[in-house]
Design a binder for this molecule. Structure first.
Ligand SMILES: *[C@@H]1O[C@H](CO)[C@@H](O)[C@H](O)[C@H]1NC(C)=O
Ligand SMILES: *[C@@H]1O[C@H](CO)[C@@H](O)[C@H](O)[C@H]1NC(C)=O
Ligand SMILES: *[C@@H]1O[C@H](CO)[C@@H](O)[C@H](O)[C@H]1NC(C)=O
Ligand SMILES: *[C@@H]1O[C@H](CO)[C@@H](O)[C@H](O)[C@H]1NC(C)=O
Ligand SMILES: CC(=O)N[C@H]1CO[C@H](CO)[C@@H](O)[C@@H]1O
Length: 574
């Protein structure tokens, strides 16, 4: 049989012959150890090799090797895409780089977005600062809110949707484009992208003016114009199924995916269309001339050459409109914010340069790798950017057994609540190892990434505790053991009231470890206990409850310096 296969090969493809003589099941095993790109390159070598290598079996193996989805779901997803190769494209290029924990400043505001596989999609869900009931974290019905989704098209292409509610409090999706996802991305940027109906060849000297180089007020206003135009109301939030929760969900999930694909293809008219229909106009775009007017300029964008004429003619309409919209959500904090920056900057040359690359505007998302400094595991972030930053959460290994994500509440035994305090604030902590600055100690740092209180007590990303992991403690656990066996304890210090909000102080304490894998940090003087357990956020979300999102741009990254929970009940009702 092999003889027949490579009969047409010349002597120059001896290497290919060698591969062709290998049985298919062996090739499938070899395929586990090569990258998708290798396979593409191999299949380019010659036709017969292409037939062997570019097969469903080989690409199924590649989907498995990506390790983002269990085999049962890979097989289930395959039914709705053209082939395993297309599915692999989505899993490797979209799902794998995005899955993880993404944050912005001030975790007490709920700026924690967990990205996980959905149904033929990858979904981002905000975990809301909240309390958990007497049954503890495991049994808690955790509240979450949809932030974004990237849906896998029939050919493995990626379709972006931003979630958010509109002025009438309807929940909407805002279709947009995925403008590239780098494999080791650490920042996810929400942007506006000028688009042309026909691709015009740009002159070599023409450089696109990047969105991120615009001033904050233009970026914010452009995002606002586009999201308020392209938003499509979702029929019913109660039927929101971003990810499978039980086995009999599949029909609902499939219907929802079809709806989203239609919305992406046809925009607001989706309901009257079939996916096979031709699209007659470009949906989900905003006319640039219209946006220019909405940004408050009287002069035509085409007649912009006489520069100084523009000065002073910019109307205040949009910023006023925007401010009244944002006030509702920001509540108190907006009055202290000075929103006059958009008025100051009246020479919109950069804006014009940016807009000149298209005739319409669309929403886009981009995942890039940038150089980020960090402090105690928490990235230093740009506070004027609609961006999410990936937290480098480490998996536990033998020498760093406590590394990773933990959930916690105050009190011992865990889960006990009193009548006047029926719930307990849910904390999420990231545990990571670092060398102390003088290099003498190995430290275990518990960085706070979510604080379920109504008002932040300590700065964002601050350490709840810092443990000298090589210094055993001889303290005894100061309470009843509640049937737990204590295995280890270490010396350290925990955050305590310090100098102002920005500079928490630290007081001595002990970290106890039980044989069941619970961690307890006990402050020595006050005997306050924080109890931690390992969490599977995906599991928690699947058992949780979906609540309505914030307005679209804020829903992506909540940019404000106020230290209050924007989801706290008194705010949500207004
Ligand atoms: C695959 O081929 C491309 C050019 O066709 C080359 O740039 C790339 O390095 C090759 N990749 C691998 C993994 O060999
Ligand atoms: C955009 O800003 C970056 C740095 O902030 C700069 O290097 C780049 O030249 C700018 N691009 C344009 C087109 O102005
Ligand atoms: C926008 O306005 C310019 C003139 O300022 C015009 O040439 C162009 O066709 C307009 N574009 C659209 C899409 O209406
Ligand atoms: C906002 O800016 C304007 C002009 O730049 C200034 O007059 C006003 O005092 C500022 N308001 C606050 C609250 O900082
Ligand atoms: C409000 C606040 O304290 N923000 C701080 C969050 O952390 C960064 C450093 O990571 C500080 O620069 C911010 O001031």
């Amino acid at each position: 049989m092999n003889q027949m296969r490579n009969g047409d090969l010349g002597s120059e493809s001896f290497g290919a012959c060698l591969l062709l003589s290998v049985p298919e099941d062996v090739i499938a095993i070899i395929a586990r150890f090569v990258s998708p790109r290798d396979i593409c390159n191999l299949s380019l070598c010659c036709k017969s090799l292409c037939e062997v290598v570019d097969s469903e079996n080989i690409w199924l193996v590649q989907c498995e090797v990506a390790k983002v989805l269990p085999l049962s779901e890979i097989v289930q997803w395959r039914v709705e895409v053209s082939c395993y190769k297309a599915l692999c494209r989505f899993l490797v290029n979209v799902v794998k780089p995005l899955v993880g924990i993404w944050v912005h400043q001030n975790p007490e505001l709920g700026n924690v977005v967990y990205v996980m596989p959905g149904y033929l999609s990858v979904v981002g869900c905000r975990i809301i600062p909240q309390q958990v009931g007497p049954l503890g974290i495991e049994e808690a019905c955790v509240m979450w809110s949809p932030v974004f989704e990237v849906i896998c098209g029939f050919d493995g292409s990626a379709k972006f949707f931003l979630h958010g509610r509109d002025g009438k409090l309807n929940c909407c999706v805002h279709p947009g484009f995925v403008l590239g996802i780098e494999k080791s991305c650490n920042v996810l940027l929400l942007e506006v992208e000028p688009r042309r109906e026909e691709t015009v060849l740009l002159g070599e000297t023409e450089v696109r003016f990047p969105f991120r180089n615009l001033t904050f007020s233009y970026r914010r206003n452009l995002l606002h114009i586009v999201t308020s135009t392209v938003g499509i109301p979702l029929p019913d939030l109660s039927s929101e199924r971003l990810f499978p929760t039980s086995k009999d969900d599949e029909v609902v999930l499939l219907e929802r995916r079809t709806m989203l694909l239609k919305m992406h293809k046809f925009g607001g008219d989706w309901n009257h269309m079939n996916l096979e229909d031709e699209c007659t106009r470009i949906p989900n775009q905003v006319d640039i001339n219209k946006s220019w007017k909405e940004l408050g300029f009287d002069v035509d964008i085409g007649n912009m050459d006489a520069g100084n004429q523009i000065q002073g003619t910019q109307k205040k309409s949009l910023s006023r409109y925007f401010r009244s919209g944002i006030k509702q959500i920001l509540g108190r904090s907006s009055s202290s914010k000075n929103t006059s920056s958009s008025r100051r900057e009246t020479k919109p040359w950069n804006l014009q340069r940016f807009l000149s690359f298209g005739d319409s505007l669309g929403l886009s998302v981009k995942a890039s790798k940038i150089k980020l400094s960090s402090y105690q595991g928490w990235p230093n972030m740009d506070e004027t950017c609609f961006a999410l930053y990936k937290l480098p959460v480490k998996n536990p290994i033998a020498s760093e057994e406590y590394a990773g994500l933990w959930g916690g509440t105050f009190g011992w035994p865990p889960g006990t609540c009193t009548e006047d305090k029926p719930g307990k604030a849910l904390f999420l902590l990231m545990l990571s190892y670092e060398q102390s600055q003088d290099g003498t100690d190995r430290l275990l740092i518990g960085t706070k990434i979510l604080e379920g209180t109504h008002y932040g007590m300590h700065p964002n990303g601050s350490a709840m505790f810092v443990i000298k992991i090589d210094s055993p403690s001889f303290e005894l656990f100061p309470f009843e053991t509640n049937g737990e066996e204590f295995e280890n304890s270490y010396e350290g210090e925990g955050t305590a009231k310090g100098y102002g909000f920005r500079y928490p102080g630290y007081k001595p304490g002990t970290l106890f470890v039980t044989s069941n894998g619970l961690l307890m940090f006990v402050w020595k003087a006050t005997k306050v206990v924080m109890t931690l357990q390992r969490l599977d956020l995906g599991d928690l979300l699947r058992k949780g409850m979906c609540v309505p999102p914030l307005p679209p741009c804020l829903n992506f990254a909540y940019l404000t310096k106020c230290h209050a929970n924007v989801f706290a009940p008194e705010r949500r009702t207004s």
